[in-house]
Design a protein around this ligand. Structure first.
Ligand code: SF4
Ligand code: SF4
Length: 350
């Protein structure tokens, strides 16, 4: 099992170091344009936040997996976990905003000891779309998690799970030995209670992200391939496949540098830049809350420690009118959201 950058005491565990890499070299010497200048070409700088629609809450960086490309640098050694006190502050905000989507992420969110309590409380408030990002293997990792499919069903949770490929080799290479078999077993358990099954109303979506230094293929055709492979080989059903571009931060940045692919990858992202995606990047209508309650434009900015550009910095001080219209904090990692068909936590954006 690989270790988190934090555990390895890698210099990339320091977000400032990552931001320096993203601003220097090919972006400093003018070989490639900075993201700010690129979006200014079409009059789209500064990027400005609109009305909040999606509240994405990261309830902790602890995870039972240590995937090669994790942008959170999550793993069993990460101890940052949201407390019930911060969860209560989040619940206050959910009650008082018109956000239609609540999106719980991690790490493995289910590993937070207050996860079930939080889901129960949040589901009482009622949002249109209540998402939990489950890595699947957690469901099969320990008896105490075996009933998660029923728990998700009880609260009508929309489950979104990573599944990088329908073959064992590619999945285990990216996410660790044994991940594929456990993921298949978890998908069967989710299907058994109705998730992903036709007309059940229980939404199960999968996320694909490339296993190397390349961009994802077309979302619709990949979904077709995933569906036929998973149904034919395992009898597994799911609703949608989201393709997500790996952003050059954290463990994926470490991988790019170690494999000497960093510059080529940045060239590929800039060459694939699509100005039509900029108006739909997720930070426009999303707010990301960290385990300790601080606010960011997206989960990637959270990992780079780029807080929102607002007087309001913490969920306890939430103020819609002060946050709406804020200028989004950007750097060269944002090219990952605007390459090709664009990329967000809900897949492509065009
Ligand atoms: S990618 Fe997801 S499952 Fe993998 S280590 Fe990161 S948080 Fe955990
Ligand atoms: S990385 Fe975050 S801030 Fe940058 S474009 Fe994507 S969502 Fe917006």
């Amino acid at each position: 099992m690989i270790k988190s950058l934090h555990k390895r005491q890698s210099e990339l565990a320091n977000s400032q170091k990552q931001l320096e890499i993203l601003s220097n070299g090919i972006f400093q010497n003018g070989d490639l344009p900075k993201f700010k200048d690129k979006i200014a070409e079409t009059g789209q700088f500064p990027l400005t936040a609109k009305k909040l629609e999606i509240l994405q809450i990261n309830v902790g960086y602890m995870c039972n997996q240590v995937c090669e490309h994790c942008h959170v640098d999550a793993g069993p050694d990460r101890k940052e976990i949201m407390t019930r006190e911060t969860m209560l502050q989040c619940l206050e905000v959910i009650k008082n905003t018109g956000a239609h989507t609540l999106d719980l992420t991690g790490g493995a969110p289910e590993m937070n000891p207050d996860f079930r309590w939080f889901v129960e409380e949040a589901s009482k408030i009622g949002v249109k779309d209540f998402i939990v990002r489950s890595n699947l293997t957690i469901i099969r990792s320990n008896k105490k998690y075996y009933d998660l499919p029923e728990f998700f069903k009880k609260h009508n949770i929309h489950v979104i799970s990573s599944m990088p490929h329908w073959t064992k080799g590619k999945t285990d290479k990216q996410r660790g030995d044994g991940v594929f078999d456990k993921s298949i077993s978890a998908l069967k358990a989710l299907n058994a209670v109705g998730y992903g099954m036709p007309d059940s109303g229980l939404q199960l979506d999968l996320v694909y992200n490339p296993s190397g230094a390349f961009l994802p293929g077309n979302q619709a055709s990949m979904e077709k391939d995933f569906k036929s492979a998973l149904i034919d080989e395992f009898g597994i059903h799911f609703n949608n496949l989201f393709t997500i571009t790996n952003l050059p931060i954290s463990r994926f940045l470490d991988y790019l540098i170690a494999s000497e692919n960093y510059e080529d990858y940045m060239y590929a992202l800039v060459e694939a830049y699509n100005p039509a995606t900029v108006k739909n990047v997720m930070c426009i209508n999303t707010l990301s809350v960290s385990w300790d309650g601080f606010l960011y434009d997206c989960d990637f900015n959270q990992m780079l420690n780029l807080p929102v550009n607002s007087k309001v910095k913490h969920i306890s001080e939430y103020n819609e009118s002060l946050l709406e219209g804020r200028k989004i904090m950007i750097s060269q990692h944002c090219y990952g959201c605007t390459a090709g068909a664009g990329s967000s936590c809900q897949g492509s954006v065009t």
